[in-house]
Design a protein around this ligand. Structure first.
Ligand code: ASP
Length: 357
């Protein structure tokens, strides 16, 4: 990726923008704020957002046609430099359900001027002239901070400020996935206090678990124990563990699933992030380390929930394992992905300051 130049002529990598741009806390008002990290949210902000997601879900269930008045006239752009099914489509569906419009380059970013070598900052400024909100997924950590930095400097003829929402920045964060994950936990478990939350798999490269761990702390969940289960080379980064410990949480790190499986309330399974491995042999050596099968799930609590951000590969066994797991009432990953659309509807309504939501 080409390093971006800031106003003073210095070249910066995307990661440097995590220091150059300070995310604004939501603090009761979402309108016009870029969403780049879960650290922006407080307990009250999350309560507010989740209430709205619940009411929008109910309105969709009832076929409320007035929903399309909420976002009429607004435009959302999607800019995905990495593959996506759920994040991209649920954001698009969310905007359509609110009555707004969705734009993206025909055929994806590979057919945009990115192909001609345009840098992220310029592509964003172009999209910022056309859309009110931009959902960005990019392989570089800090790319959403970089986007926010440049969009804040963009003065459009319409005198409005487009908002960036991160759809995942490399191995950094995936804030909206964490929002829907926490919403799903509270939805299926009636809250999160006193639960043991176990995350399994590629905790080093998996951005969803980075964001979810921090978001649970931002939510000020009481008496939650975090269990991080991974092979040694894929451990949860120390900065996330420190974040939790500093906030008074118990963190248990292990490479033995059986140490924690039978006492876990939330089992959050993850894919080994093949695309983040420089050496394919390293991926091959590790990819089958933790495999969720019906036999493994039989050793979990009867009221545990099994989550997964999806897509699933080897870490969820074979197709016939999937078929059995999918029928288990503890498997909530399809409900989790469905919730994504309602949470994203709520977030879009809030950052765009839409009335009637
Ligand atoms: N869909 C999630 C993400 O984009 C999880 C994954 O790809 O494994 O991070």
């Amino acid at each position: 990726m080409v390093a971006a130049k800031t106003g003073n002529g210095e070249a910066h990598s995307s990661e440097a923008f995590t220091r150059l741009y300070s995310p604004r806390k939501i603090d009761g008002s979402f309108t016009g704020k870029h969403i780049v990290t879960v650290e922006q949210f407080s307990y009250l902000d999350l309560q507010d957002l989740f209430q709205l997601a619940l009411s929008l879900r109910e309105r969709v269930r009832q076929g409320d046609r007035s929903l399309i008045e909420i976002g009429a006239g607004k435009v959302m752009a999607t800019l995905f430099y990495e593959a996506s099914t759920r994040t991209d489509m649920s954001f698009q569906a969310a905007m359509h359900r609110l009555g707004g419009a969705v734009v993206s380059t025909s055929g994806g970013v590979q057919f945009s001027s990115v192909y001609k070598g345009e840098n992220l900052a310029d592509t964003l400024r172009a999209v910022g002239c056309y859309a009110d909100v931009i959902v960005l997924r990019h392989p570089d950590v800090g790319s959403s901070y970089e986007a926010a930095y440049y969009l804040d400097k963009l003065h459009t003829r319409l005198d409005r400020h487009p908002v960036i929402v991160s759809g995942g920045d490399g191995i950094g964060e995936h804030p909206t996935q964490a929002l829907l994950d926490l919403f799903t936990i509270t939805d299926y478990k009636n809250g999160i206090d006193n639960l043991t939350v176990t995350m399994v798999g590629d905790l080093r490269n998996g951005r969803t678990v980075h964001s979810l761990s921090k978001l649970i702390a931002q939510y000020e969940a009481k008496n939650v124990t975090f269990c991080f289960v991974s092979p040694d080379i894929l451990q949860m980064p120390a900065y996330i563990q420190d974040f939790l410990v500093q906030r008074g949480y118990q963190v248990h790190q292990t490479s033995e699933l059986d140490e924690v499986l039978a006492t876990s309330d939330v089992i959050y399974w993850t894919r080994v992030q093949e695309e983040r491995f420089a050496n394919p042999a390293d991926y091959e050596a590790i990819r089958d380390h933790f495999v969720m099968t019906p036999e493994v799930l039989s050793r979990a609590k009867s009221d545990a929930i099994l989550m997964h951000p999806l897509p699933r590969k080897h870490e969820m066994g074979t197709q016939s394992d999937h078929d059995v797991l999918d029928e288990d009432p503890r498997a909530v990953y399809f409900g989790q992905m469905e919730n994504g659309m309602f949470v994203r509807m709520a977030l879009l309504a809030k950052v765009l300051g839409l009335a009637g939501a």
